[in-house]
Design a binder for this molecule. Sequence first.
Ligand code: HEC
Length: 102
Amino acid sequence: MKILMVLFAAAMLSVSAHAAPFAKGDPKTGQTLHDKACVSCHANMFGGDGSRIYTRADRKTKNAQQLAARISGCNANTGAGWFPEDEAHVAAYLNQQYYKFK
Ligand code: HEC
């Protein structure tokens, strides 16, 4: 019985490891947060709505971990004052819209 429990737990873990990153975030909420706190600076650098920072060929962000780290960093740098769940919403938004990490 114990063995079964362990196998079951392992199966659950591997399922969640393969789930889309940032599945806990809500992209809609993320977009609102993002558009309020994050666009002006990127737009100054890249023109338009600034989204080219996310789509340019030599973008810095190569995986979901780096995306989360960058959002955390920009949150801290800009004093947006987001909670971790806000960062998750923005990560979900940026990933759905631009990065498309699996
Ligand atoms: C004060 C200006 C400024 C503000 C405000 C700002 N950023 Fe940035 N952001 C930067 C700079 C500078 C870079 C790095 C550009 C580079 O490396 O070429 C960057 C890069 C990024 C990247 C990585 C782009 C890539 O290459 O893949 C992400 C993601 C990002 N910012 C998210 C955010 C989020 C989320 C916010 C809102 C909390 C935010 N930024 C607000 C200046 C800013």
